[in-house]
Write a protein that binds this ligand. Structure first.
Ligand code: PLP
Length: 348
């Protein structure tokens, strides 16, 4: 009896179609970094129909190459010749985001495709506009290098009213890059800022059925269902406590179920008492501390048996966003934290 993550192929197709509908004039770069946001690169076949796929490590590009012939965008780019040669051999497009990468690029004789990343206000990765001009100037002499696109990234797209969105968009539009493709939109901007779609959109979290906004989005379908079996059921008396630290005790006699999943599987240790868990189509409450391998749930009057499936997230009645709120985190972190101990399977 194992914790199980099922990856819905129809939900992946559906969510990719939502991207197509929202941004009908843009090409799509599916963000599959961090092992496809924790969904496993070998289980996301419908996303491989996109124009490009993006990863954040060469090792991820190598794994992904086993499943697709599409170009792969290597988000951090390269910092030495060995990585450059490996990346080009794997069919990667390289991101250049820091001037220190330029000499390695221009001194190489390899035929390669570049994406230039500009900082428009997030102040994480990206060239300043003057560094961008330096790059463009020096790249003019390199006939072996094709610049496919200029890209930038929003800091606050999940808050559509945030003033920095317009500021970033305006500074992006002011760059003299009209002869290149442009790319700016993550999931939040795909759903909320049509002006930012440009030539390539870069959906991540929405592909996996999770809303980038504080409000859940019912256009999307959850892709990962995380579940685990009930291992034991017992009745405890008023005043008796449950779990480490004895931090929850029964006010009156209670039926509880012990479920075979814990923080070593990626269920968040900080989930509070009351976090919902779905058993036999009924929402129950987490009680006591999350242990390494186990959690406890109050069943109330619900009829349940050993072996019954408890759904932790990924159901119409229980979104990962809800569990994230109860654990003071975001869906992104929960999805990417499901551990290798959990069995993963693809599902229609
Ligand atoms: C991860 C990432 C995205 C996707 O962001 P979501 O919020 O998951 O849609 C887009 N662009 C870049 C550069 C990224 O690193």
């Amino acid at each position: 009896m194992h914790a199980l993550a099922t990856i819905s192929q129809s939900a992946l197709s559906h969510n990719l179609n939502v991207v197509r509908t929202q941004a009908p004039h843009s090409k799509i770069v599916c963000m599959v970094k961090a092992n496809a946001y924790g969904h496993h690169l070998d289980l996301i076949k419908p996303l491989l129909n996109a124009d490009l796929l993006a990863v954040s490590e060469l090792s991820e590009a190598r794994t992904l190459r086993q499943y697709t012939a599409k170009p792969i965008l290597l988000l951090p780019g390269v910092f030495n010749n060995a990585d450059l040669n490996n990346a080009v051999e794997l069919g990667c497009h390289l991101v250049l985001h820091d001037l220190s990468q330029l000499p390695i690029i221009i001194n190489s004789k390899q035929h390669m495709t570049l994406w230039l990343k500009v900082d428009t206000g997030m102040h994480r990765l990206g060239l300043s506009s003057s560094d961008l001009n330096t790059c463009l100037e020096q790249l003019k002499a390199c006939s072996n290098i094709h610049v496919e696109s200029v890209m930038s990234h929003f800091a606050c797209a999940d808050e559509p009213q945030h003033t920095s969105n317009t500021l970033q968009l305006n500074s992006f539009k002011q760059l003299k890059i009209n002869k290149f493709n442009r790319s700016m939109a993550n999931s939040a901007a795909i759903l909320g800022m049509a002006e930012a779609h440009f030539d390539y959109v870069r959906p991540g979290i929405m592909l996996y059925g999770v809303s980038p906004f504080a409000i859940e989005d019912n256009k999307l379908q959850a892709v990962m269902e995380l579940s685990a079996p009930i291992l034991s059921i017992k009745t405890i008396l008023a005043g008796e406590s449950v779990g480490y630290g004895a931090n929850w005790s029964a006010k009156k006699q209670a039926n509880i179920a012990i479920i075979g999943i814990g923080y070593a599987d990626g269920y968040p240790r900080h989930a509070k008492n009351g976090t919902p868990v779905l058993i036999n189509n009924t929402l129950c409450s987490l009680i006591g501390r999350v242990s390494m391998d186990l959690i406890c749930v109050e069943l109330g009057d619900l009829k349940a048996s050993i072996g019954d499936k408890a759904i932790l997230w990924g159901h119409d009645k229980l979104h990962v966003e809800t569990v994230a709120k109860y654990s003071d985190t975001i869906g992104y972190e929960l999805l990417t934290s499901v551990s290798s101990r959990v069995r993963f399977i693809a599902h229609d």
